[in-house]
Write a protein that binds this ligand. Sequence first.
Ligand SMILES: [Fe+2]
Length: 535
Amino acid sequence: MTITWQTSSSAGSVVQYAPFGGGNEELVLSATGEERAFVDGGNASGTRLIHHATLRELRPGEKIAYRVGDPVSRAWSERFWFFHKRSPEQIRAGPPLRMIAVCDVGHSDSTGVLDLVRAEVHGVDGADADVAEARPDLLVHCGDFAYDLDSRDGRTGDRYMDDIQPIAAYVPYMVSPGNHERAYNFSHYKARFRMPGVGAETETQNHYYSLDIGPVHLVAWNSEVFFWGEYFDAAYVNKMYDWLEADLAAANANRAKTPWIVVHGHRPMYCAKATKGYAYAAEEESRRGGWFTRAITSGKRALGLGKKHNHADDKPTCSWTNEAVRRGIPSWCEDEYRDGALGACGAREATEFLGEASASASASESQRSIFPIEELFYDHGVDLHFNGHEHDYVRYYPAYRDEVAGGENVTFERYVNPHATVHITTGSGGNEEMDSGAKFPNPPSRGRCTHDDAAAWCAFQSGWGPKKKSGRSADFTYGVVSVDGDGTSLEWRQYSAYDKGLEIDRFRIETSAHGPFKDRIRRGGGTTVDAAARP
Ligand SMILES: [Fe+2]
């Protein structure tokens, strides 16, 4: 367990701790960490001292009391506590793994969600009762913090870290990066958090990493790589893609022990509203624009923002940003892919971007892209992918290549043996970009996806389109994911701060055979979505 804290002047980096014995025990153990000076890139160039210390050799499931500070000056924090990560056996024998999933949480306008999450951690009465039966094992925040961590010379970020202390001091606060962290090459994000992989042989600076927790292999990836070419070049994306591929392959080999693969990143692949013939104009544009580095450096222009493109089959798709996340960067060798044999173009592309002497000629036309993340998820059977960025909650049916994939038996409430990854947008943590109830008295839109042009894969939404000035309030919400220790069932519930903690959605994924989806389909079952599940 790594503890992180901040001081305004240089100080020691020590955590004193002990097994929790009621609150007043002597903290007989200590761990010495490190202090890093972080200089903000803004005009004030303020320096913050950020401390990280790792506590090792803790027993699974053990409750630990601790404080942080400097033994020389005897300046200490108040006492906090946390439960160390439970073992798979403890989760099988005890309550399910419980994970809070929320993205897009601001310093302003987010108190409703943060108050509810604090109650999840400490109990509704806030009395620090031992709520082990119901407490979350961890919280995942998939991008867009504070709005923004660097705003007001970093003071907004400081306030935000204060906001989350009553949560993050007690429960692991796991992160992935969003577009609002991009300032000064994501420097606040890199400095203020400490995720697995930092300091390891493969240094990823919190951008991507994975860990096993009970029945779940949890993966964070950096969906911003396709949008900020000034920070992420082809070599960077190639390295992350190779890491992701190897990580998912290893996780697949370990399914007997850790059955679920759950991935989070900031930007969603799917959307509530699909539009015909709009997305992925990138193909033509980027062919004209040059090679990959130039394409992502020029960002939106290269990805064809606003340009119309008529797909051959003219099927509905999401926006160009969703498509970029789903399919990566388009290949420039479309003709060769179509012919089924890669020639000079494919060879050059492979050498230039993938660092390989040859490319696979087996990719079908619909796969013709570099870094096709959705294909990776499909090939390795990622069970659940959740995101933010869009400031709403949207739950989707299992989907693949812009189509509903169905499963053995998919109803509105239960997805039994789905045939593709289930995506969820849980990007309504609350922030100043959303229309709060104070400004718009009409309640948020909420329910099954019945709006005009609802995408076929859209099952349920709450607060869809809150930035459209529709006259409706946004719905500030968060998700709670419960995973049974035996690996067969994952339940997602969404709670609304607008309605003071009301549960607004609940569904389950039930899977008897985890693994690559093509194997699951071969094992049998239909590919249907229950007609009654559709509006
Ligand atoms: Fe975002």
